[in-house]
Design a protein around this ligand. Structure first.
Ligand code: SF4
Length: 704
């Protein structure tokens, strides 16, 4: 880029948007980034980047950055203050709540957007230093389902794949996933696959990925679990089961056979809107292929029965022996840049390093490594996100600290959440920007440095630790989240507990000790420099691994068939299929689907709307996709105003008439705050992940 020509040196860092974890080469002049290009030598993206990555630096220069701490004055205005007063207010505010209502009356809501070392610091500070028990991440909204599914099936939250699998399969199955839009560089790797693979897509929408598929099963919403069971039924009936693998490495086969017997292709076909032969053809394609990889994202995770659906995918991989070999695996693609770090290091529902708060030995191990009194560790994990919101509703939670996330836009049924935030006794938001929907409700705003302005590590979807780096000065008084946590620890009076937590690399060394002997062991990674030299390293990488040589870049799990369960076998888990909590009816005759709308948009747009380039790549006004037949029937014109109504609320948006949605269905991108006015508060019972993809709505045309 022209700016890059001014540079006097370069360095490489992992992108700060999605969990693909592309390497970006940052061009520096006098130590400050002046441009970037995709890193050609990074094993993830090999010289490619999507528009968000290309624009990663520009969004740091926004006029909407939070440059100073802000405190709400008696007139209700947020006014500038300094760090000394901000820290005093932080401590006084939360102490007062805790004194009046108990230490557990304060909770935090964190993110998949900050570095591993910052997550570990936040979790340890909040729980061991400040006495909180409850804290969860916005990762609950995107991949809690995959975590629970893997934990139950494999005994550990262990996505088994490596990105090379995209290029090595002869059959790829995408369930509720649209990588063309959501993970475009992963999709580029599919396009590099030399095997002319079969690509099977299960999705109610004719997405960009579905358009490229060899088989698109355009099933009706919320029929995915039944269709997956019907596919399993065919695999068993037609002799595609790898009995040698199943007998040696799994448990639960007989229960699975009994369960899927009820899901014949014919019985599932009618309800799902698919022809029986299409389901059978998909099953046979999977059965006949020698390297099948099955990939899922939010269409599965954000469902009221997401865990069992994810496990139906896992079951298919296990039954057919498609795991631990090149081109295989039941593979959950993660959303945020460090959602995988949150899984291991947020210290929320799991104790640091995926231990259990409830386990005395785990608590003693962590206390010993951290050199703190074991009595400071809670003996139970946190409430999940929805239970914390319930706690605000019923007065159990009176103080809340939100870090790098925007629940006033993103939480399901957000109108109610906005009201609840107003009920808090004390509400602190720590963020890069001062204009988010959530900051609007805060009593105190702590200005944070963003990606590119701080150091640490992210973990991408294929379990790769990669570096992020400080290549720009943060504006004004904004500080790295790491520094904010350190300052709070000292102001709170628990700074001694974190004496050794001087910088991100020192915490990385602590994380190494916390990982020792666990499936996520990283004791073999020397430090940040080695991550730089190797282009990141996938976990696990133990001391023993490192003694055998340098890490290769394509490591997958369970090649030996040894899983992390007590008996070493993967569990085949099946269940009853439950009805959808809300379905179309006379008053609300359409299914509303929500999801990612554009390769250039990211979540609630807090960052992407700061880039003029990215803003040009998607409509500024919210829109809803509608099938041409429904549009004609309701006399809705393309681009016309429509009112969309659910039992929760009503919004006005533009129509986009398109065959990408089926008749009777609508699609609205989640990036617009209107979407979660309509969505339904319903959760997967096992993972507590919200079910964003199924609610009933009505719509009618409006006059412009
Ligand atoms: Fe960044 Fe994801 Fe785009 Fe790669 S695909 S450049 S990680 S946003």
């Amino acid at each position: 880029t022209p700016d890059s020509l001014l540079a006097d040196t370069t360095t490489t860092a992992t992108c700060g948007y999605c969990a693909t974890g592309c390497g970006l080469r940052l061009h520096l002049r006098d130590g400050q980034a002046v441009g970037l290009t995709p890193e050609t030598n990074y094993p993830v993206n090999m010289g490619m980047a999507c528009p968000k990555g290309w624009e990663a630096l520009r969004v740091l220069d926004s006029e909407h950055r939070a440059t100073h701490p802000l405190v709400r004055d008696p007139s209700g205005e947020l006014v500038t203050t300094d760090w000394k007063e901000a820290l005093q207010k932080f401590c006084d505010g939360f102490r007062k709540v805790q004194q009046n209502h108990g230490p557990e009356s304060v909770a935090f809501l964190s993110t998949g957007q900050i570095a591993c070392e910052e997550m570990a610091f936040l979790g340890a500070l909040a729980k061991f230093g400040m006495g909180m028990r409850h804290g969860d991440g916005n990762t609950r909204q995107c991949m809690a389902t995959a975590v629970t599914a893997y934990k139950e099936s494999f005994g550990f939250d262990a996505p088994p794949f490596t990105y090379a699998d995209f290029e090595q399969s002869d059959c790829l199955v995408f369930v509720g996933a649209n990588p063309c839009i959501g993970h475009p560089i992963m999709w580029e790797r599919v396009l590099r696959n030399p095997n002319q693979p079969d690509i099977i897509v299960l999705d109610p929408r004719r997405t960009e990925t579905a358009n490229a598929a060899t088989q698109h099963l355009q099933l009706r919403p919320k029929c995915d679990l039944k269709v997956l069971y019907a596919i399993t039924n065919v695999l068993i009936a037609e002799g595609f089961v790898d009995h040698e693998f199943v007998n040696a490495h799994t448990s639960g086969y007989d229960d699975l056979v009994r369960c899927v017997r009820d899901f014949s292709v014919e019985s599932v076909a009618e309800e799902s809107g698919l022809e029986a032969e299409r389901i059978r053809e998909a099953a046979r394609t999977i059965g006949r292929s020698s390297a099948v990889s099955l990939w899922w994202t939010m269409g599965v995770n954000q469902s009221y029965e997401g865990v069992r659906t994810a496990q139906a995918i896992i079951n298919i991989a296990l039954l057919t022996g498609n795991i631990g070999r090149p081109g295989t695996g039941p593979n959950s693609i993660t959303g945020q840049c460090n959602a995988m770090g949150s899984r291991l290091w947020s210290n929320t529902t799991n104790l640091l390093g995926h231990r259990k708060f409830e386990c005395e030995q785990d608590r003693m191990d962590v206390a010993d490594i951290l050199g703190i009194d074991v009595g400071r560790l809670p003996t139970e994990g946190s409430w999940a996100y929805d239970r914390i919101i319930d706690g605000i509703r019923n007065g159990e939670i009176r103080g809340l600290w939100v870090i790098a996330t925007n629940p006033a836009h993103s939480w399901i049924q957000r109108n109610e959440l906005r009201e609840l935030l107003g009920q808090l006794d004390f509400f602190v938001v720590q963020d890069m920007y001062r204009n988010t929907d959530t900051v609007a409700h805060a009593d105190l705003v702590l200005p944070a440095a963003g990606w590119g302005e701080k150091d640490g590590t992210f973990i991408n979807s294929e379990r790769r630790y990669g570096r992020i780096k400080k290549v720009k000065r943060a504006p004004g008084l904004a500080l790295a989240d790491f520094q904010i946590f350190r300052a709070i620890a000292h102001a709170w009076g628990c700074g001694d507990m974190f004496r050794g937590w001087t910088d991100p690399e020192s915490v990385f060394q602590i994380m190494k000790r916390l990982s020792a002997g666990r499936p996520c062991d990283i004791t073999g990674i020397e430090g940040f420099d080695q991550l730089d030299q190797c282009g990141g390293i996938q976990w696990p990488w133990s001391t023993e691994d490192s003694q055998r040589g340098a890490p290769d870049q394509e490591r997958r799990l369970f090649a030996d068939g040894a899983f992390c369960t007590d008996d070493g076998r993967a569990k085949l888990i099946v269940d009853q299929v439950s009805p959808a909590p809300e379905t179309p009816c006379d008053d609300y005759p359409f299914w509303l689907l929500t999801g990612r709308g554009s390769v250039s948009q990211w979540h609630t747009q807090t960052r992407t709307d700061k880039s003029p380039v990215l803003r040009k790549l998607y409509p500024n006004q919210p829109y809803i996709e509608i099938n041409p037949s429904d549009a004609a029937r309701l006399m809705i014109t393309n681009g016309g105003l429509v009112s969309v109504r659910s039992r929760r609320g009503e919004v006005t948006v533009r129509s986009a008439v398109t065959t990408s949605v089926a008749a009777g269905q609508l699609f609205m991108p989640m990036h617009y705050e209107e979407a979660n006015v309509l969505t339904l508060s319903h959760f997967d019972p096992h993972s507590r992940q919200p079910s964003y993809k199924d609610c009933a709505v009505d719509l009618e045309p409006l006059k412009d």
